[in-house]
Structure formats: C-alpha cells, structure tokens
Ligand binder design. Structure first.
Ligand code: NAD
Ligand code: LMR
Length: 332
C-alpha cells in the first residue's frame, strides 16, 4: 500500500541551500525512495517571486514522489501540519554589523518561527536548524516552542562531520564510505572540535584506527582540525557564496539517519540539547556523537576522552555559553 506523504517544511526556500535541498527531498534522498512528500516552502515577502519560480521548477521537474507544494510568506500557513521542519532561513551577517545585531535579528526570527511551529506543526514534528548561528538559533526555537519535545529540536553539524570524513579519505586515498565514527563536538563554528580519536577505516584486514593509518599525530591534531574548522570560510572565499550543495546533502543525511536510523556500529554528529553527557553543561545545544533507532537519537556514551580532547570540548562549550548569554540578552 502506498505510504501517506510526509510534509517537509524548508524555510529560506528561495535561497541557495533551498535551491539545492528541495529537489533532493523531492527525489527521496532525505526520506527514502518509497516515501512520498509534500513540500512546504517559506520565505520572506521580498523573495516571494523567486519562491514562486522555485515552485514552478518543482512542478516542471515532475518528481514522482512529490505530492504537493505549498509556497508562502506566511509562517502559520507554511508550518501547518508539517512532520519535519528544516530551518534554513535567517538573517546573514552584513558588512559593518556587530555580532549582537545579527544575533538580535535571528533571535527574533527564531522566536517567531518557534511559535508558528508550536501552534501549527504536526505532533512529534522533528526540527533541524541549519541557519547560523545554528546551535543558538535552535536553542531559541526550543525555548519558544515548549510543547515540542527537546529531543525533537536539533541543529546541523553533519556538514562538519562529512567534511572530516572527506579530509581523512583524501589523506589516505581511500573511499569516503570506508571512513566512520569521526566526531564533531560543540558549536558549528570555528571552535568546533573535529575528533578522530575513535574513528576507523575499513581495510582488507578489518577496521583500523585512523591514527594507525595516518601515522601523523601532528597533522591530526593540527592541520586536519584547522581545515575542518575553517572549511566553511574556505568555501566562501572560493565561491563568494557559502556552501550550498554540501549543506543540502548533509541536511538530508541528518534527517535520514535520525528518521530511518544509523547503520550498525556507526554514529553521526548532531547538535542536540545537552543532558550533561561528557561533562558538557546541560542546557547547551551542543554537537555530540549520536546513534538513532526508531526515530529517536541517543548520545553515544562511554567514549574515552583524553586531556587534548577535554580542552577542545570545553573551549567550544565556553563559546556556546557566551552565545547563549548574548542571545538571552537580546530577548530582554
Ligand atoms: P541565502 O541567503 O541564499 O538564503 C537564505 C534565505 O532565507 C533567503 O531566501 C532569505 O530571503 C530567507 N530568509 C531570511 N529571513 C527569513 C525568514 N525570517 N523566514 C524565512 N526565510 C527567510 O543563504 P543560504 O546560503 O541558503 O544559507 C542559509 C543559512 O544556512 C545561512 O545562515 C548560512 O550561514 C547557513 N549555513 C549553515 C550551514 C551548517 O552547516 N549549519 C552550512 C551552510 C550554510
Ligand atoms: C559553512 O559551514 O559552510 C557555513 O556555516 C558557513 C557560513 O558562514 O555560512
């Protein structure tokens, strides 16, 4: 029997991530090749014509899984009955703007959209925040959508996770699909800690630790970390635009593994509401290694943390504490 369609909201749908993400969802890359979808697209009034153009293209592409498209600048209409919400819309930092001004704009956007989701989304709606500052936007959304379970509000560090897999694969000249269990700890920012202490690579003689194969701790603790931390900025420098296809693909990976599960003995990185695991202060939206079963993620427990990792994990937690304080100061 055909499955009922899942309603997927994409905010900022007329932007460049939206343009890459919407066809991926409509092709089944996010929820699988058997799952029909109805796309809900939200943008702001100045982008209404562009949004309508994207809607026309979605119709023209005749995606077999696409059962409907809602394109609107009204948040309540966009959120009506959605099962999954991918929050890509936000206020970008512009030249000469202070950090606090950008934060203040995004706090008010995420406060408003939290209420729209709270009042209109389907029960058990799963939320992924992509727009920067992603962790703190997600925290504000959680604060102002109290009836949405905190387990259902996440932010995206999967792009950083995938970047780390990509760097190891390039260094070892092995397929990226053979590398697993890297971890992104903390903030989706340059303080994030990409950690390969527990990562492995599939070889003809079984799975081997990344560190045994790379055999260069100086690179793993230096250039590798820096490259992943700075990759977003490097893309902006090269493209004069921020990453879009890799961000869209990673958003699909995030939701697919959350909803359909992570492979056996494999974890992924997700920004989730900290419960104090690994001595990260509870109440921060922090990226952890997680597995997922039956649509519910769990933080991987019991990983050994050495002194080098501890310092880096705490440093990015400190930045998140500061961002949280700044965001809350914008509310008063
Ligand atoms: P973009 O400027 O091309 O598109 C953003 C869209 O959001 C625009 O169409 C804009 O009109 C819309 N928008 C603005 N305010 C809105 C609101 N209140 N409601 C709905 N829509 C609104 O930007 P992009 O390249 O698509 O990037 C989107 C966001 O994703 C940025 O914040 C970017 O920094 C972030 N990003 C995050 C990651 C990550 O890994 N977490 C990776 C790449 C980009
Ligand atoms: C990225 O990691 O590519 C983006 O978050 C960069 C940005 O500032 O949009």
């Amino acid at each position: 029997m055909a499955k009922d369609p899942v309603r997927v909201l994409v905010t900022g749908a007329a932007g460049q991530i939206g343009y890459a993400l919407l066809p991926m969802i409509a092709r089944g890359i996010m929820l699988g090749p058997e799952q029909p979808v109805i796309l809900h697209m939200l943008d702001i009034p100045p982008a209404a014509d562009a949004l309508n153009g994207v809607k026309m293209e979605l119709v023209d592409a005749a995606f077999p899984l696409l059962k409907g498209v809602v394109a609107t600048t009204d948040a309540a209409e966009a959120c009506a009955g959605v099962n999954i919400a991918v929050m890509v819309g936000g206020f970008p930092r512009k030249e000469g703007m202070e950090r606090k001004d950008v934060m203040s704009k995004n706090v008010s956007i995420y406060k408003f959209q939290a209420s729209a989701l709270e009042s209109n989304a389907a029960p058990n709606c799963k939320v992924l925040v992509v727009a920067n500052p992603a962790n703190t936007n997600a925290l504000i959304l959680k604060e102002f959508a109290p009836s949405i379970s905190e387990k259902n509000i996440t932010c995206m560090t999967r792009l950083d996770h995938n970047r780390a897999l990509g760097q190891i694969s390039e260094r070892l000249n092995c397929p990226v699909s053979d590398v697993k269990n890297v971890i992104i700890w903390g903030n989706h920012s340059s303080t994030q800690y990409p950690d390969v202490s527990h990562a492995t690579v599939k070889t003809s003689s079984g799975e081997k630790p990344v560190s045994d194969l790379v055999k260069d701790n100086e690179w793993l603790k230096g250039e590798f970390i820096k490259t992943v931390q700075q990759r977003g900025a490097a893309i902006i420098k090269a493209r004069k635009l921020s990453s879009a296809l890799s961000a869209a693909s990673s958003a699909c990976d995030h939701i697919r593994n959350w909803v359909l599960g992570t492979p056996e003995n494999t974890w992924v990185s997700m920004g989730v509401y900290s419960n104090g695991s690994y001595e990260i202060p509870a109440g921060l939206m922090y990226s952890f290694p997680v597995t997922s079963r039956n649509g519910e993620w769990t933080i991987v427990q019991g990983l050994a943390i050495d002194e080098f990792s501890r310092k880096k994990m705490d440093l990015t937690a400190e930045e998140l504490k500061e961002e949280k304080a700044l965001a809350y100061s914008c509310l008063s």
